[in-house]
Design a binder for this molecule. Structure first.
Ligand code: HEC
Length: 180
């Protein structure tokens, strides 16, 4: 009997450990987990980055962009060194040739795309990935609302390492309450 209790305890512990281990995979729980990593950018730095983006992205709503990224999160990480999931890690995607994340197996369609990602490409891709590059494997219906795409792209720029001298915050998962 005592033996059983011990075993049960051990299993519980193991499960807890396993759950913790998976935590850094990218699905950051809202609230709760405090990142032990070096502090991500300050709000002021983020705002400065945003302001430095070309129009219309400089006036985008980053908070809404973060919400929109919820549509992507099940398949993509954006932090530096983040894992490839169903889709490739998106860190540094701007200015990067399509289909160039090492260790990720892309469709032929994306491998043969032959372009470098920029805001306009991404905008068209996100509006309707299927028609933009027929034969690609990203099963995402598309984001119709242009304003949502602008917010999302601005968020991606800020989060994906578009920045002079960013010390690359790993997946900050900002849960900052909007104070005014
Ligand atoms: C259901 C999973 C899924 C969702 C949701 C998804 N993607 Fe993808 N994404 C993929 C896959 C798979 C690929 C690779 C496609 C291929 O190889 O044809 C991809 C490729 C990409 C690429 C090209 C990357 C490169 O290295 O060339 C970008 C950019 C991208 N996705 C952005 C997004 C954004 C932004 C969202 C949210 C609006 C999103 N994706 C939603 C699965 C997904």
């Amino acid at each position: 009997m005592l033996e059983q209790t011990k075993t049960a305890l051990a299993i519980t512990c193991l499960m807890a450990l396993a759950a913790c281990g998976q935590g850094d995979g990218g699905s950051a729980p809202a609230g709760g987990a405090k990142a032990p990593a070096p502090a991500p950018r300050s709000e002021a730095e983020v705002q400065a980055l945003l302001a430095a983006l070309p129009a219309p992205y400089n006036t985008a709503d980053l908070e809404n962009g973060r919400r929109q990224f919820g549509l992507c999160r099940s398949c993509h990480t954006v932090g530096e060194g983040g894992p490839n999931m169903t889709g490739p890690n998106l860190h540094g995607v701007f200015g990067r040739p399509a289909a160039s994340v090492e260790g990720y197996r892309y469709s032929d369609a994306l491998q043969n795309a032959g372009f470098v990602w920029d805001a306009e490409r991404l905008d068209a891709w996100l509006a309707n990935p299927r028609t933009y590059l027929p034969g690609n494997r990203m099963t995402f219906v598309g984001l119709d609302d242009p304003k949502k795409r602008i917010d999302l792209i601005a968020y991606l720029k800020v989060e994906s390492g578009f920045a002079p001298g960013d010390a690359a915050a790993p997946e900050p998962a900002p849960a900052a309450p909007a104070e005014s």
